[in-house]
Every structure is written in structure tokens, then in C-alpha cells.
Write a protein that binds this ligand. Structure first.
Ligand code: HEC
Ligand code: HEC
Length: 330
């Protein structure tokens, strides 16, 4: 599954094998020299044998022991760095292996609960297989909890969810759900059944099914066309591409409305009874947005600052004079 870990294991087994060899060799040598003692009682006691003379002990014997020690040292000093060098690879492959486990478990949880998949939570039942977007049955009640009507609520595609949110944003949504929508609070923090690890599994799985930004852009471009045609057919043609984009997925089926603004900013958008565009729902009212939000950004029509002409004439010339004070244009 991961090569680093198997190489690491192989190095470990090699060391173990050498240690084993040394132990066996030592045992053999010992057993042999033990045997040699039999019959030598005359010169020394049975459990004794004459040791090396000083001359041998301090030359040949000492040299041999030192040489063996040097060999062992060399062996260790080569193997330890090898072990150490492999360590980062081993660790990162462990992380990957765990991510893979999270992903597989997340995939099971995301699916519908069946006999073959007892861990299924049914995310796919609303959001579609592989999170391509879908619909959810939902009951709308009044403030006292009394039944008002049964609707079909658009469930946004989740195969672009990491393009919209950070990992921690997604964790938050899963923990607390979307109030007043079919999306329940799943996390323990929000009163649901899933612990942090389960939430992590789901997020890791969703990460694994994400479209590339390019693919998402293509989906939007094709979707806007589809949406405008569907609106024409429904007898409510859009005045602009921007309006279609704001409502992307309302008339046509485009990623469960995931790309639209209306699903959060327009009352009733998600169940086909939309009020005035941007009238405010989960997201704030946008109908007076230019009145209270300063416009910023490089494509700004109302230039935010004025730069003295002397500095502007040649963009490549170094600016020698101190920067002029910046004056608002209006
Ligand atoms: C009963 C249907 C239903 C189920 C089951 C369900 N969801 Fe949802 N989910 C929705 C709907 C509907 C929304 C959009 C709510 C809204 O209109 O704001 C949503 C929103 C989300 C969002 C936010 C997406 C966005 O772009 O705003 C995420 C993430 C999400 N769901 C993940 C999950 C996961 C993971 C599961 C399984 C544990 C799950 N959902 C189960 C219906 C469902
Ligand atoms: C998942 C729900 C959601 C979607 C989809 C969404 N918004 Fe929002 N939007 C919000 C929320 C919630 C806020 C308020 C955020 C805050 O106050 O921190 C907000 C704030 C805003 C604001 C600032 C409003 C103010 O008064 O400060 C603008 C402008 C805006 N959204 C435009 C858009 C546009 C345009 C789109 C579509 C491209 C869009 N939104 C899609 C939920 C959403």
C-alpha cells in the first residue's frame, strides 16, 4: 500500500536478522569451547580453563575485540542514519494511510443506509451520489411549529464545497446544520449524533470528490446557458446573465443550486417560491447593498485614490519624489 513503510519494515527485519545471527554464532562458539573443557580436569578445575597469556591478551586478543567493536560501530552508524532519513517519509505515509481510512469511512457514512452499508447516514439521499446535488423533502411550519406545507428543497452539490468553504467552515456547517432548512445539525456540538472524528471523516471524503476549479467554471458557464433557456421556457426570462447567475439552478437543474446566491439571499428560493431577488433569508437583504457597503477592488469605477500625473507618466521610471498625498476622487 505504501512503499516507505515496507522499506522501513524491511530495514527493521534486516537488523533483527543480523542480531539473530550474532546470537546464534555466540551460542555455537560457547557450546564448542564448553565441550573442549571436558577431560581437562587434570590441569585446572572442571569449571576452569587457562586464560590467554598476557602477551596474547594485550596484542592479538585486544586487537580482535577492538576490531569487532569497530565493525559493530560502523554497522550502527550506517543503519541509524538510514533509519532516521526514512523517518519523515514513514510519517507522511502514515498520515496518508490514515487519511485514506478517514476517506473510506466517510464515503460509507455519506452513502444511504442499506444492508450492505449499515454506516450510511444518507447524505447522498439529499445531496446526490458523490454529492452532485439533489433535493430534500421538507415540511415548513409556522413559528408555533404547526404544519404549513410540504415542499421540495434544493440540496446543493457538495463536489465544489471546498471551493466555497474552508475545512473548518465545513466542520461548522456539519456540526450545527442550517437552521430552518432540511440540513440538520449532525455534530455533537449542535445536538446531533456525530463526534469530531466522524465529522472529520465526512470532510475528508468530500475533499476526495471535489471538482477542479476549471471543471466548476465550465459547469457554471454551461449552467448559465441552461438556466436562461429554462427561464425563457417558464415564461420568466432573465434580464441579464448576472440575474441568471444569481439564480443559477432555480429553473434548470444546475448542481442543486449550489452556485446560486438566491438560495441564501432570497426567501423561498430553495423550494421554487422565490420572493424578490436578494430580499434576504439566511443571508442578509442585498437590495440596498450599494447604499451601505463601500465598493472596493481593482476594477472599481469610482477610483479610490488619485495619483499625481508626474508619477503616472512612466510606469517604469523610478519614483524619485516622495509619494503625493492620496486624495479621494469625490
Ligand atoms: C434531509 C436532506 C439532507 C441530508 C440528509 C443532509 N443534507 Fe446537507 N444540506 C441539505 C440542504 C437542503 C442544504 C442546503 C440548505 C440551505 O438551503 O441553506 C444542505 C447543506 C449542506 C452543506 C452546505 C453546502 C453549501 O454550499 O452551503 C453541507 C456541507 C452539507 N449539507 C453536508 C451534508 C452532509 C455531509 C450530510 C450527511 C451527514 C448531509 N449534508 C445530510 C440537505 C441535507
Ligand atoms: C450559503 C449561503 C450563502 C450563499 C450561497 C451566498 N451568500 Fe452572500 N451572505 C451569506 C451570509 C450568511 C452573509 C452575511 C455574512 C456576515 O454578515 O458575516 C452574506 C453576505 C453577503 C453580502 C454582504 C451583505 C452585507 O449587507 O454586508 C453580499 C454582498 C453577498 N452576501 C452577496 C452574495 C452573492 C452575490 C452571492 C452569490 C454569488 C452570495 N452572496 C451567496 C450567505 C450566502
Amino acid at each position: 500500500m505504501n512503499t516507505f513503510a515496507t522499506v522501513q519494515t524491511a530495514v527493521g527485519y534486516t537488523i533483527l536478522f543480523f542480531v539473530f545471527l550474532v546470537v546464534v554464532a555466540y551460542g555455537l562458539v560457547n557450546a564448542r569451547s564448553g565441550k573442549a573443557e571436558v577431560g581437562s580436569e587434570v590441569a585446572t578445575a572442571p569449571n576452569r580453563k587457562p586464560y590467554y597469556s598476557d602477551a596474547i591478551l594485550e596484542t592479538k586478543r585486544l586487537d580482535r575485540v577492538l576490531f569487532m567493536a569497530f565493525g559493530a560501530l560502523a554497522f550502527i552508524s550506517v543503519l541509524m542514519p538510514m533509519y532516521w532519513l526514512r523517518e519523515p517519509g514513514r510519517q507522511s505515509s502514515q498520515v496518508k494511510a490514515h487519511d485514506r481510512i478517514f476517506q473510506v469511512e466517510g464515503e460509507e457514512m455519506f452513502g444511504n443506509s442499506t444492508e450492505a452499508n449499515p454506516n450510511g447516514l444518507g447524505c447522498a439521499g439529499c445531496h446526490g451520489d458523490k454529492g452532485v446535488g439533489g433535493i430534500a423533502a421538507y415540511t415548513i411550519t409556522d413559528t408555533a411549529g404547526r404544519f404549513l406545507k410540504q415542499v421540495t428543497w434544493k440540496a446543493p452539490a457538495l463536489d465544489t464545497v471546498t471551493l466555497r468553504y474552508s475545512r473548518s467552515d465545513i466542520r461548522y456547517i456539519l456540526n450545527y446544520g442550517r437552521p430552518f432548512s432540511p440540513m440538520a445539525a449532525w455534530g455533537v456540538d449542535g445536538g446531533g449524533p456525530l463526534d469530531d472524528q466522524a465529522i472529520e471523516n465526512l470532510v475528508t471524503y468530500m475533499e476526495s470528490i471535489q471538482l477542479s476549479p476549471k471543471a466548476a467554471q465550465n459547469q457554471v458557464a454551461a449552467g448559465v446557458k441552461k438556466e436562461m433557456e429554462a427561464a425563457d421556457k417558464a415564461g420568466h426570462p432573465y434580464a441579464s446573465k448576472g440575474e441568471a447567475l444569481f439564480n443559477l439552478g432555480y429553473y434548470a437543474d444546475v448542481a442543486g443550486g449550489a452556485y446560486s446566491c438566491g438560495r441564501c439571499h432570497t426567501q423561498g428560493w430553495s423550494y421554487g417560491e422565490k420572493g424578490p431577488d436578494g430580499g434576504g433569508a439566511f443571508g442578509p437583504n442585498l437590495t440596498d447593498i450599494t447604499g451601505h457597503t463601500p465598493r472596493v477592488g481593482p476594477t472599481e469605477k469610482r477610483a479610490p485614490t488619485v495619483v499625481a500625473p508626474s508619477v503616472r507618466t512612466s510606469p517604469t521610471s523610478p519614483v524619485s519624489s516622495p509619494a503625493p498625498p492620496q486624495v479621494p476622487s469625490r
